[in-house]
Design a protein around this ligand. Structure first.
Ligand SMILES: CCCCCCCC/C=C\CCCCCCCCCCCCCC(=O)SCCNC(=O)CCNC(=O)[C@H](O)C(C)(C)COP(=O)(O)OP(=O)(O)OC[C@H]1O[C@@H](n2cnc3c(N)ncnc32)[C@H](O)[C@@H]1OP(=O)(O)O
Ligand SMILES: Cc1cc2nc3c(=O)[nH]c(=O)nc-3n(C[C@H](O)[C@H](O)[C@H](O)COP(=O)(O)OP(=O)(O)OC[C@H]3O[C@@H](n4cnc5c(N)ncnc54)[C@H](O)[C@@H]3O)c2cc1C
Length: 572
């Protein structure tokens, strides 16, 4: 039942119950509270929404306006929406599906505000699903995609909940109203860190889906003449088609491996945090924010490249590509808008750079910032060697982080306040953070293909894919590598020719590489990407089912076209 509900469309949305509401209980509730709500959520005996974003605030969580004011006389919190812009807006399932919500609200007790905290609020009756007293609910209306999900709005008019409905694993309020501090104020944000980490796998799966569709279709589709008089070739024989699709295919594998690392890091660091060691939280936040931003942005662009590579049929919903693009586009905004998330990573990098300048040896994903030499030693590099390629990406990132941080220091030396200096360097900071995440993805890809337990023939194919991904990144961002002479023009030319060679080398394995994602036709939901390749018959069947084909002459003819034609003919 629960699994069936997960896939239900048609106006109800239970995705967020699984990926946000239930994990919030797992991560933010006490053991007592878990006994009360966790099993109900896991068995879908209640359906929940994660209600944080408001009409007026999504990114700036500290600016949320919903209030939770503690009343010691009744030992209750009063949840209230004081302004129109405080209306909860966007949460998946909030409009029509959920009967509970974890509500992020500014906590007030004894007249003092302690910032945003999570509260469990029942929003609909378990008997008749009507909104609870004081709660106003609704759907926010049609969106770019995912219109099967009821992203909703909620307003609270002094709704009273028991003190025990504050999720109190980290911070708590005692019966007399005393606020007890959490080990870190950012622990209230821990479920966002978790969800951003899962977006890396969502991006990988979305890009894997799109490349599966486009590569399979590119083997079915024959078009034009490569040589006069010869049969029309598969469009995947065109180098331009390979240049469009294979870097996206390589990125899907790169992001899939990056999500493995993200999952392992999240487990290990949150495990340490359970024992009171918060030292890994900053790195976890920076990594999850940067990877979420980078992988979802590349994925959204990559899906549109796949869509365009399929010509007109790619633009049809029959391909499944418009829906994938719409979903991936959502991932760029939801769970932390990409620009804001990449700036969080930049903030961490600037901090680490300053520590490195002060002599601290850096570790983890920023260790390379200490190791990379500022003065490059140019020379004929072996641009097909993975170690060379990884080092190039790390040098590029270190140079850009140093440049952005020094620019900021320069602005402050001119007398600018730190915040103004930050803002005036934020484009440089974003590019440096992107370079940092890109270098992490390349390094992790290279380390994974060298260590993953596979047959050596498979390792050879994955190595080619990793080289292709890295060489594509170097040629697409050549200026960054040339800027301080670390790579020369000859190196870039070598990278381009190796890239062409990699396109040809990956071609024979392209279909096997997408089949390896093992995405069933029911998941792909694409006529173009069908496993059996019978595209044209099923495209025709798909079109015949279009609602417009229910009648031979559509009612709009009689309503609009017929009178219009008649009046135009009468004027002749
Ligand atoms: C096999 C299957 C195949 C499937 C095939 C198909 C695949 C899939 C197909 C398509 C995919 C898509 C499908 C459709 C998807 C549609 C979407 C559905 C899902 C949507 C879910 C979305 C849910 C939400 O959006 S919930 C709301 C999310 N909101 C946010 O994320 C808010 C973002 N803002 C913030 O997090 C914060 O406000 C902030 C971080 C921006 C700023 O916080 P702040 O002001 O308090 O902090 P400062 O910037 O001042 O920094 C101070 C200090 O704190 C540190 N900090 C900040 N945050 C954290 C943190 N989380 N953890 C730790 N530390 C943190 C910061 O680093 C600073 O530290 P310093 O040391 O530097 O001081
Ligand atoms: C499909 C979908 C599902 C969602 N599901 C949920 C859900 O279940 N629960 C929930 O609570 N929310 C949900 N959201 C809301 C989502 O979390 C927010 O939309 C997101 O956090 C962005 O906030 P915002 O909309 O206020 O955009 P804003 O923050 O207003 O962003 C607008 C622009 O301002 C820029 N900007 C903002 N701050 C800064 C800054 N400090 N520096 C530089 N630029 C900045 C941004 O980069 C962006 O370009 C969902 C959204 C979508 C699209």
């Amino acid at each position: 039942m629960a699994a069936a509900l997960q896939t239900l469309g048609g106006g109800i949305g239970i995705t967020l119950h699984w990926i946000a509401f239930t994990p919030t209980i797992e991560q933010q509730a006490t053991e007592e509270q878990k006994k009360k709500w966790l099993k109900l959520a896991q068995d879908v005996a209640i359906v929940g929404a994660y209600a944080q974003t408001e009409m007026g605030h999504g990114t700036f969580v500290r600016g949320l306006e919903t209030t939770a004011t503690y009343d010691p006389s009744t030992q209750e919190f009063v949840i209230n929406s004081p302004t129109l812009t405080s209306t909860k807006w966007w949460p998946g399932g909030l409009g029509k599906t959920a009967n509970h919500a974890t509500v992020m609200a500014q906590l007030y007790t004894r007249g003092k505000c302690y910032g945003p905290h999570n509260f469990m609020v029942q929003i609909r009756s378990l008997e008749n699903h009507q909104p609870c007293p004081g709660v106003t609910l609704g759907d926010i209306g049609p969106k770019m995609e995912s219109n099967g999900n009821d992203n909703g709005f909620a307003r609270f008019d002094h709704v009273r909940i028991p003190r025990e409905n504050m999720l109190m694993k980290f911070a708590r309020v005692e019966a007399d109203g005393t606020y007890v501090q959490p080990p870190s104020s950012k622990l209230a944000y821990s479920n966002m860190v978790y969800l951003r980490g899962t977006f890396v796998m969502s991006a990988a799966q979305a890009l894997a889906s799109a490349t599966t569709i486009a590569v399979r279709y590119s083997c079915v589709r024959r078009q034009s003449e490569m040589k006069p008089g010869e049969p029309e070739p598969q469009i995947l024989e065109y180098q331009t088609q390979q240049y469009k699709l294979f870097p996206q295919l390589a990125a899907a594998y790169a992001f899939w491996f990056a999500s493995w690392f993200m999952t392992q890091q999240h487990g290990s660091i949150t495990g340490s945090m359970e024992k009171g060691d918060m030292s890994g939280l900053a790195e976890l936040h920076a990594l999850s924010a940067g990877l979420k931003s980078y992988t979802t942005a590349v994925t959204a662009r990559g899906i549109d490249v796949c869509r365009m590579a399929c010509g007109g049929h790619g633009y049809s919903h029959a391909s499944g590509l418009p829906a994938l693009f719409g979903g991936a586009a959502a991932l760029c905004t939801a769970e932390g808008e990409n620009t804001v998330m990449m700036l969080q990573t930049a903030r961490y990098l600037v901090k680490c750079f300053a520590q490195s300048q002060a002599g601290k040896r850096l570790t983890g994903t920023v260790a390379y910032l200490s190791a990379v030499q500022p003065s490059p030693v140019a020379g004929n590099r072996n641009m097909s060697d993975l170690g060379t390629l990884v080092a190039a990406f790390q040098h590029r990132a270190a140079r850009m982080v140093r440049h952005a941080a020094m620019q900021m220091q320069g602005e402050m030396q001119k007398g600018k306040a730190r915040e103004d200096a930050w803002n005036s360097c934020s484009v440089l900071l974003i590019k440096a953070a992107e370079a940092h995440v890109h270098s992490f993805v390349v390094r992790n890809f290279a380390e994974t293909v060298q260590t993953v337990e596979v047959d050596e023939s498979v390792r050879a194919v994955l190595t080619s894919l990793c080289q292709l991904y890295s060489l594509y990144g170097i040629t697409e961002h050549a200026g960054d590598f040339l800027k301080d002479g670390y790579l020369t023009g000859r190196d870039i030319d070598a990278a381009s020719s190796h890239l062409s060679a990699m396109l040809a080398r990956v071609r024979p394995d392209a279909v096997a590489l997408v089949d390896a994602f093992d995405l069933h036709d029911k998941i792909l939901r694409s006529v173009l990407g069908r496993y059996d390749g019978r595209v044209y018959e099923h495209l025709y069947e798909w079109a015949k089912k279009s609602p417009l084909n229910k009648s031979e002459v559509h009612e709009s003819y009689y309503k609009y076209l017929q009178p219009f034609l008649k009046s135009n003919r009468a004027k002749l």
